[in-house]
Design a protein around this ligand. Structure first.
Ligand code: 3PG
Ligand code: MG
Length: 396
């Protein structure tokens, strides 16, 4: 790996600007999932231990360059203090005199949190002047925000060229897990790709076909592939105009030696509703007035077999309409199989993406996976084979 880590930096007495992703969900002022906060604790703790003074740079939501009080990072101070077990001070801007003073006066053992970087419109333009203003606050830059590394922003990209830069602990862990799953994986490798649309995941499918042995396709995307094979999918969600593209993917997979796995049986209902009356049918028997909402039990058995033969699994996207019971059944059953194989040491399993992690948490399988990424978009772009600007900037 071509970047430095915290171990390579002299941190004693240094102000360490740490780019973190604490873009956590909040309902009525309460953090409903603190995973991203828990995952930055190792970096903060290690910097404090080494005598460094952590100064946190982060975005929150998409304020579009305006100061919006509901998107102030100040509200996260208590949650951060509890997670770090340290005093967290707050500066009401991420650049300028107040922030510079606060950074100078920061005492050993304390952490400084800077206000939402996206209150500046320049941030998302990767503006060099804004980055220079941030760089004045620190001696060292540490990027621990893998999940924001697909953004070339002042706080993730431009700043990395202005200070001695390194990857934080979470960044290291994320990259290691992904590298293990797709870079130089133990074979056979299986990828599960689900979700609504083929059109949003075309690049992903193209890249995976060259890298994995089995590609399990689920969710609405699978319907488009069934259409490409000439199957009637009734009222199902499907991108019928993408059927030639899907056919190309199938043809390309065949020449690359990648086995594409589509449902052989389906769960259909007339309505897109929780507990809608439903039946299990062969995949080519969807009635005209019905829609496919999940993969059936035979499909799950086939997927489980493939998992059992695999050494590595990478998962992005649910197999069915997992937000509606009981159409989460295939996703849950397959996830639990992957979890059991991982627990018994037979499988390395990595999952990422917002919906995916929600689905795996709901199934109770998530904690047995080898690695659950904190990233949504960045996980997908990495799986697509793209260079992430925030990671590339650390390599320079
Ligand atoms: C996320 O929540 O996916 C990251 O924090 C990135 O946020 P963004 O999609 O608004 O850039
Ligand atoms: Mg996003």
């Amino acid at each position: 790996m071509g970047w430095k880590t915290l171990d390579d930096m002299d941190l004693n007495g240094k102000r360490v600007l740490v780019r973190v992703d604490i873009n956590v969900p909040i309902v009525d002022g309460v953090v409903t999932d603190a995973t991203r906060i828990e995952r930055i604790v190792p970096s903060v703790r290690d910097i404090l231990k080494a005598g460094g003074r952590p100064i946190l740079l982060a975005h929150f939501g998409r304020p579009g360059g305006e100061r919006r009080e509901n998107l102030s990072l100040k509200q996260l101070v208590p949650t951060l203090e509890a997670a770090f077990g340290a005093k967290v001070l707050f500066a009401a801007d991420c650049v300028g005199t107040e922030a510079e003073l606060a950074a100078q006066e920061l005492k050993p053992g304390q952490v400084l949190l800077l206000e939402n970087t996206r209150f500046h419109a320049a941030e998302t333009k990767n503006d060099a002047d804004l980055a220079a203003g941030m760089a004045r606050l620190g001696d060292v830059y540490c990027n621990d925000a893998f999940s924001a590394a697909h953004r070339a922003h002042s706080s993730t990209e431009a700043i990395a060229r202005l200070l001695p830069a390194c990857a934080g602990r979470l960044m290291q862990a994320e990259l290691q897990a992904l590298e293990g799953a797709l870079g130089a994986p133990k074979r056979p490798v299986t990828a599960v790709v689900g979700g609504a649309k083929v059109s949003t995941k075309l690049e992903l499918l193209g890249n995976l076909i060259d890298k994995v042995d089995y590609l399990v396709i689920g969710g609405g995307m699978a319907n488009t592939f069934l259409v490409a094979k000439g199957v009637n999918v009734g009222k199902s969600l499907a991108e019928r105009e993408m059927k030639d593209t899907a056919a190309d993917v199938l043809a390309k997979a065949e020449t690359s030696g990648c086995t594409i796995v589509l449902p052989t049986d389906i769960v259909v209902a007339e309505k897109f509703e929780a507990n809608a009356p439903h039946q299990v049918l062969p995949a080519d028997q969807c009635p005209d007035d019905s829609m496919i909402l999940d993969a059936g039990p035979d499909s799950v058995a086939a997927i489980s077999d493939i998992f059992a033969q695999s050494q590595t699994l990478i998962w992005n996207g649910p197999l069915g309409a997992f937000e509606l019971e009981p159409f989460d059944a295939a996703t849950n059953a397959a996830a639990l199989k992957a979890a059991a194989l991982t627990r018994s040491g037979q499988l390395i399993s990595v999952a990422g993406g917002g919906d995916t992690v929600a689905a795996l948490n709901a199934s109770g399988a998530a904690h047995d996976f080898s690695y659950i990424s904190t990233a949504g978009g960045a996980f997908l772009e990495w799986m697509e084979g793209k260079t992430l600007p925030g990671v590339a900037a650390l390599e320079k």
